[in-house]
Design a protein around this ligand. Structure first.
Ligand code: KG4
Ligand code: ZN
Length: 334
């Protein structure tokens, strides 16, 4: 079965072809980062308009590059949520309509389930059940995963997502967007020990997290300096990254202890952070990630989950439904 995946939930237009026998056979991404950089964050209306321009040509190029035609497709998967409503509607409308026109099934994919399952695309696979850390620009959650669609929420951020905190801290430091990679780039030249940022909610039991205080702390630190020099910025980036990494690692270890499990899957954009990876590997028995390129948003993870759900007999109704919010607990077990 050959499945086309379409991702347009935020600022990346991602398309991919997944073959249920061969795996990923083609993958293409168009990033809107330059479009939004001037604004220091994603402008939803600009994102939607850009997806409108890019989605169809990207699908045509993808099929050409793989030597496939529309008639070779057996199903179409698209991100139906959670994400920016207008952006989601573009991929969902293209995907649903194309499937209707071709007379093949369509499937609605949950963006975070796609992130969570992306590590299964790699060579090293986790054994079920496992604990999953989902860390992206919109979500920071810990789940116990008993199987596909069987997710028990163990804890989550009560305010900002970790990626969002990275993005906001970077903006305060006058760095580019997205902020995570910018902070990660600058932090190694920071001097350890000059600042120590708080590790929110680690001094009490439980698996919930909070990152908005860290944002305020960053702001206060910058204000106390006045006009930060490049060296100040690097010192703050380092203290910030250390605090996020430390906090996430503490909660992950706690989640494994609480569930008695050994495998941790780390997924979502922030899981691309090298320092976080090193720290998790040092602290935990076994950590598995998606291939680096598939940690941030992409079409491959959508095609992958879509193919799994289509193979289990699920299909999307004809109505095009997208959701800005979509709790993972509402997903059907496969
Ligand atoms: O999963 P993703 O691509 O999109 C969402 O679904 O949100 O995650 C994007 C987030 C952004 O906040 C970005 O700053 C963060 O992931 N990110 C990173 C790194 N690469 C991306 N954060 C820290 N370190 C990185 N290397
Ligand atoms: Zn994402």
């Amino acid at each position: 079965m050959l499945v086309l995946g379409i991702e347009t939930s935020c600022d990346e237009t991602g398309v991919a072809l997944w073959d249920t026998d061969l795996g990923l056979i083609a993958d293409s991404i168009y990033s809107q980062v330059d479009l939004h950089a001037a604004y220091g964050g994603v402008v939803p209306e600009l994102a939607s308009r850009d997806h409108v321009q890019k989605t169809v040509p990207l699908i045509e190029e993808l099929l050409d590059s793989a030597g496939q035609g529309l008639r070779d497709l057996d199903g179409i998967a698209y991100t139906a949520g959670p994400g920016l409503m207008g952006a989601l509607l573009v991929g969902a409308t293209v995907g649903r309509s194309l499937a209707f026109g071709l007379g093949i099934p369509a499937i609605e994919v949950h963006h975070m389930e796609a992130h969570l399952m992306a590590p299964l695309i790699g060579d090293e696979k986790p054994s079920l059940p496992f604990v999953a850390l989902l860390v992206s620009g919109g979500h920071t959650q810990l789940f116990k995963v008993d199987g596909m669609g069987r997710y028990e929420l163990l804890g989550e951020s009560l305010d900002d997502a970790a990626g969002e905190a990275f993005d906001k801290a970077a903006k305060m430091l006058g760095l580019g967007y997205p902020g995570g990679p910018e902070i990660a780039k600058l932090a190694p030249s920071g001097r350890p020990g000059r600042f120590r940022f708080p590790r929110p909610m680690t001094d009490r039991p439980g698996l919930d997290l909070s990152f908005s205080g860290l944002k305020t702390h960053t702001q206060t630190t910058i204000r106390s300096i006045g006009e930060p020099t490049d060296e100040d910025r690097a010192d703050i980036a380092l203290a910030f990254e250390d605090a996020v990494v430390d906090t996430l690692a503490i909660k992950c270890r706690r989640a494994l202890e609480a569930t008695g499990l050994t495998d941790l899957v780390a997924a979502g954009g922030v899981a691309a952070n090298i320092k976080l990876r090193a720290r998790l590997e040092q602290d935990l028995p076994r950590v598995i990630y998606a291939p680096l390129a598939l940690c941030t948003d992409n079409g491959a993870m959508i095609a992958h989950v879509g193919a799994l759900r289509l193979a289990a007999g699920e299909t999307a109704p004809l109505a095009i439904t997208t959701r800005a919010r979509w709790p993972m607990a509402e997903l059907e077990p496969v």
